[in-house]
Design a protein around this ligand. Structure first.
Ligand code: ADP
Ligand code: ADP
Ligand code: ZN
Length: 220
């Protein structure tokens, strides 16, 4: 099964996709993580995207589409995938529909207020990418990852001016995808306001239902 995890920056895409990946054995593919790994390693890709990411803008469609297309052709995603952070523009959504159409788009609906609250306390593990929040999901030992002991850091694009730019970018370029997917009939809206365990409980039930529907032959 192929799922897109959709929502504003800070809606909880990464957190929920990571839980769903473990629970359902589907490969988690995050374009943000791919870019951050490239920036961390100082690769040509990383150097090329650093400035636009840190300012809160979007990497070009051409570059991003090419990258995702290659990633989704790899053998580890042949049993299904969870895409987190892609598509973010109509051309990206059209490209995905043409080369590897999604089954469902999980749309995490969260108010602006919550999104700002979540982004302002987010931290991430430098080694494994696990996501934390100073208030809502603190690590057991402050500053260090529960899973791998790696150092936690605040992303440059989670600083205030970049956050404002990212939310504008989301409104202008990404939110029109809701209508695009509604029309394709693949949109699954999920209320993402509650705490992470409550959102996950609902989402897990919804995905189980979708997978069962598929096994019973209601589509494909
Ligand atoms: P968030 O989790 O806050 O939504 P991501 O980790 O998904 O952010 O992405 C971080 C940044 O990487 C984005 O703000 C953007 O600059 C870049 N990026 C990620 N995915 C895409 C994409 N599909 N198209 C263009 N830029 C992207
Ligand atoms: P996205 O990938 O959509 O940008 P993240 O999964 O990185 O969002 O979550 C943004 C921040 O909010 C992180 O610090 C995460 O720990 C926290 N978070 C995620 N989901 C919830 C939730 N349901 N309730 C409270 N905090 C959450
Ligand atoms: Zn870690």
């Amino acid at each position: 099964m192929k799922f897109v995890f959709f929502g504003a920056p800070g809606a909880g895409k990464g957190t929920m996709a990571s839980r769903a990946s473990t629970a359902f054995g589907l490969q988690h593919v995050s374009t943000g993580e791919i870019f951050r790994a490239a920036m961390r390693d100082g690769t040509p890709l990383g150097l090329r995207v650093k400035e636009v990411i840190e300012s809160g803008g979007l990497v070009s469609d051409e570059l991003t589409i090419g990258l995702v297309r290659e990633r989704l052709a790899m053998p580890d995603v042949s049993k299904g995938w969870l895409l987190d952070g892609f598509p973010r523009t109509i051309p990206q959504a059209e490209a995905l529909a043409s080369f590897c159409p999604e089954d469902y788009v999980i749309d995490l609906e969260v108010s602006d207020e919550k999104v700002v609250e979540r982004l302002s306390g987010r931290s991430m593990c430098r080694s494994c990418g696990r996501i934390y929040h100073t208030t809502f999901m603190p690590p057991a030992k402050p500053g260090f990852c529960d899973d791998c002991g790696g150092e936690l850091y605040t992303r440059d694009d989670d600083k205030e001016t970049a956050v404002r730019h990212r939310l504008e970018t989301y409104r202008e370029q990404t939110s029109p995808l809701v209508q695009f997917y509604e029309q394709r009939g693949t949109l699954v809206p999920i209320n993402g306001e509650a705490d992470a365990d409550s959102v996950w409980a609902v989402l897990k039930g919804v995905i189980e239902g979708l997978l069962a529907g598929r096994r019973n032959g209601s589509s494909d």
